[in-house]
Design a protein around this ligand. Structure first.
Ligand code: SIN
Length: 477
């Protein structure tokens, strides 16, 4: 990939839209400018809504089969362009190339899954209350959808929303993160090449999302908002969409417990933790955030972990295990949490060398207690925070004591215990002896303040469908 700076534009009605003002896209590995992006203004937003509304009317009279075929072509184009897409993700998001390639496949997986699901948006026949009635339901696309996506998975968080929306027959206006707009633009170009109608997927780029999102959320033509990001922003968006009773799906923050019982296979638990903690440098909503270790295995586990963590390579080389954090602020925030925990009485078990720029060495802390700030914070960095426990009831209580409930992990070999604990944890997704739980075929989402709705799986399509009930009476003369 050439490192020459280029200029990218929003996509409105199938065409590049040269906006006003420019935003710089930085490479997290060295904070150099990799691209300039022109910003969508009020007029651009209005044009995008009009085009999406027109396109929704076209999609309404398309068949699920034709949309499935187009989605399948999009899937193939993403796979054909996987190297280019992965390089772009590494450039603007920072994750090592092997993780970026895995993200491309993961992102494409959602498109393939919803290409298949498109044709399964079944209705129902309801046993009628008289012989003259036929009661049926059909499902139809909800309408124009607005999607706001984050920087941590610049491809997969888009396909997880756009593919089911298109499968359902909805048009989509995407506002990707201002930190990673380039991947979004490339994905949209491939969608248009695959046959998406003009207006079926439009991308609005801006570094001032508040006004733009407020304009979208207050427009009568917009019928659904889908957002992935922080719990605090999600709640503000929900206040906006409440005004028009707009369908809203929220994929918000997590604070995942990773519980290792004394019956666990410790080698397996370490493997699982390496994925659940260090994928994307810890910058995932499902990252293992609080590591609960049974007192009997704590010391052994920590020394095994220290050995593994000290062998991780951090950098921007091809074979690096951990890339830079997204911004210098993100690193400062994580280091602040570590310092705060140490001030509050935590013990430092491991900290790699101090690194330049956005790169951060892993840290292992033990002696974390529920009243420490770090316990209730989503760390979003390569920091392992260890809490010791004695009993099943105590660990379930501590794990559930936070306001969010996205993912949790349990390592144990006692089947009855696995059953009890997985039923007791208030989390939407549970990895049982598994640290890599994300899968296009499975419902992704959380309980409590981790959000509303599910993405992926069969549930992911329903989020974009309205159920219409038809009550038909036969007039007997
Ligand atoms: C996220 O961090 O929000 C997404 C992680 C995933 O899909 O695996």
């Amino acid at each position: 990939m050439s490192r020459e700076t280029y200029t990218a534009h929003s996509i409105i009605n199938g065409q590049p839209y040269c906006g006003t003002g420019t935003l710089e896209v930085l490479c997290p590995a060295d904070n150099s400018v990799v691209a300039l992006v022109t910003e969508a203004d009020t007029q651009a937003t209005e044009l995008a809504i009009q085009s999406a509304e027109k396109c929704f009317n076209v999609l309404k009279s398309s068949t699920a089969k034709s949309r499935a075929d187009i989605l399948y072509r999009w899937y193939q184009l993403i796979m054909d362009n996987q190297t280019h897409l992965a390089e772009l993700v590494t450039l603007e998001q920072g994750k090592p190339i092997k993780e970026a390639l895995a993200e491309v496949v993961y992102a494409a997986g959602y498109v393939k899954w919803f290409a298949q699901e498109a044709e399964r948006a079944y209705g129902a026949v309801i046993p009628a209350h008289t012989l003259n009635h036929q009661l049926t339901t059909v499902q139809q696309g909800v309408g124009v959808v607005v999607g706001i996506t984050p920087w941590n998975f610049p491809l997969a968080m888009i396909t997880r929303k756009v593919a089911p929306a298109y499968a359902a027959g909805c048009s989509f206006i995407l506002k990707p993160s201002e930190l990673t707009p380039l991947s979004a633009i490339e994905l949209a170009k491939l969608a248009l090449e695959a046959g998406f109608e003009d207006g079926a997927l439009q991308v609005l780029l801006t570094s001032k999302p508040h006004a733009l999102v407020a304009q979208l959320n207050s427009h009568r033509a917009v019928r659904k908002l889908t957002f992935t990001g922080s719990t605090s922003v999600g709640k503000l968006l929900l206040e906006q969409t409440a005004k028009s009773a707009m369908r809203t799906s929220l994929e918000l923050g997590g604070n995942a417990p990773f519980v290792v019982f004394d019956s666990a296979d410790l080698e397996e638990a370490i493997e699982g933790l390496m994925i659940a903690k260090f994928r994307n440098a810890g910058q995932t909503c499902i990252a293992a955030n609080r590591i609960f270790l049974h007192s009997k295995i704590k010391s052994q586990f920590i020394s095994m972990l220290k050995e593994r963590v000290s062998n991780l390579t951090i950098g921007s080389t091809q074979d690096a295990d951990i890339g830079p954090l997204i911004t210098i602020c993100a690193k400062q925030k994580a280091l602040g949490l570590v310092a705060g925990a140490l001030n509050q009485g935590a013990k430092l078990v491991y900290q790699g060398e101090e690194l330049e720029g956005n790169f951060m060495s892993p840290v292992i802390l033990e002696g974390i207690k529920p009243d420490m700030t770090i316990f209730g914070s989503e760390i979003f960095a390569p920091v392992v925070s260890v809490i010791e426990f004695e009993t099943e009831a105590q660990v379930i209580d501590m794990a559930n004591s936070v306001e969010v409930g996205l993912a949790a992990y349990i390592y144990a070999t006692d089947i009855a215990q696995i059953h009890r604990v997985s039923m007791g944890l208030d989390f939407g997704m549970i990895g049982i002896n598994e640290g890599a739980i994300s899968n296009p075929a499975a419902p992704f989402g959380g309980m409590k303040q981790s959000g509303l709705g599910r993405e992926g799986g069969a549930q992911g399509l329903s989020e974009y469908l309205e159920v219409k009930y038809l009550c038909q009476r036969t007039i007997v003369n």
